[in-house]
Design a protein around this ligand. Structure first.
Ligand code: TUI
Length: 319
């Protein structure tokens, strides 16, 4: 079903990545996804280097399968994390929230496969020229910090503009989404919100419940005026944040209000005052189960969808 390029590049069974979600994507979650045949990814988020070094070592105790570390480029510790991934022999690095150009030479020297998240065709082309191994092409349906374009519009445009493998992200939570991404020209997929609702995600139960109870229009975007739009589930915090945004508050005040909110929701379980980051597909998720069951179900569903499409008589679409 899947093209073999990503599997061969990374040595994984299925080209299914687990998104590098700050606070959520710990060594336990990443190890579980890698053990299940996908690519598990530890998120560095805004965490300091020593903590991430420990997480990498913990993951290596739990699995000997390939894994990745996501470097959030807005982090004050991003440079330290680059040192640490080079030091610890991490096989794959993904990056988010910026252009990783200045670090690429060092990753190459350490034989690290680099797969940046891109929200535009222009950044995709620039990074291909600079020698990255693949791209995660993330549409605005995703949770957390997002770009403008939808997965539907962005993936085929990047596909046409580059020849390296493309991993589609944003709005994918089941087998239908996987086949849709492949139809758009992707070689693999990345899922975030689906893996938050897994047994192994060390996320407060209140956060998981909030996602499971969410409906289609509950994920909205805050912070467009700050230049850092973030998709979250609406709650008391988003109402207060939007009110402050409308009142013409400074970017500094808005960023101060947002700081520490993700931890508050994920770790403390305060889903009223915290930031419950989520993709638009939260309304599709109705259960919490182990990562290996999630991945097996994704594969099974994708095969069923392919069968259904093949059964369309003569490949024609009927009225
Ligand atoms: O990074 C993410 N999602 C995130 S990061 C995060 S932590 C955070 N919290 C509040 C404010 C800001 C960050 C929560 N969720 N996804 C990957 C992603 N990368 N989405 C968009 C981008 C991106 C944006 C601009 C990648 C590159 C880029 O380049 C701009 C440039 O410099 O060319």
């Amino acid at each position: 079903m899947f093209d073999s390029r990503v599997k061969e590049l990374l040595g994984i069974k299925y080209p299914i990545f687990q998104g590098g979600m700050a606070w959520v994507a710990t060594s336990e979650l990443a190890a579980a996804v890698s053990e299940a045949g996908g690519l598990g990814i530890i998120a560095a988020g805004n965490a300091p280097g020593d903590y991430i070094r420990e997480e990498i070592r913990k993951l290596k105790e739990m699995t000997d399968k390939p894994f990745g570390v996501n470097i959030m480029l807005l982090s004050p510790f991003a440079e330290d994390i680059v040192d640490i991934v080079c030091d610890e022999g991490v096989p794959v690095v993904t990056t988010g929230a910026g252009n990783p150009g200045k670090f690429l030479e060092r990753f190459r020297k350490h034989n690290i496969k680099v797969i940046p998240v891109v929200p535009t065709v222009s950044l995709a082309k620039r990074l291909e020229k600079q020698g990255v191994d693949a791209l995660i092409v993330e549409g605005t349906e995703a949770g957390g910090h997002i770009g403008e374009l939808t997965t539907m519009a962005l993936v085929p445009q990047v596909r046409d503009a580059v020849s390296i493998p493309v991993i589609a992200a944003g709005g994918i939570a089941d087998g239908r989404g996987i086949i849709a991404a492949l139809a758009l020209g992707a070689d693999g997929v990345q899922l975030g919100t689906r893996f938050v609702c897994s047994t192994e995600a060390k996320v407060h139960q209140n956060y998981k419940d909030k996602l499971i109870n969410a409906k289609d229009r509950d994920a909205l975007v805050t912070g467009r005026s700050t230049g850092h739009p973030v998709r979250v589930i609406k709650n008391q915090f988003t109402r207060e944040f939007i009110e402050l945004e409308k009142s013409g508050a400074s970017i500094e005040d808005l960023e101060k209000m947002g700081s520490g909110r993700l931890r508050l929701a994920v770790v403390e379980g305060d889903v009223d005052k915290g930031s419950v980051m989520s993709g638009q597909i939260a309304g599709m998720i109705s259960d919490i189960k182990p990562c290996n069951e999630i991945i097996q179900q994704l594969i099974q569903e994708a095969q069923q969808v392919l069968g259904r499409l093949n059964d369309l008589e003569g490949g024609e679409i009927h009225e």
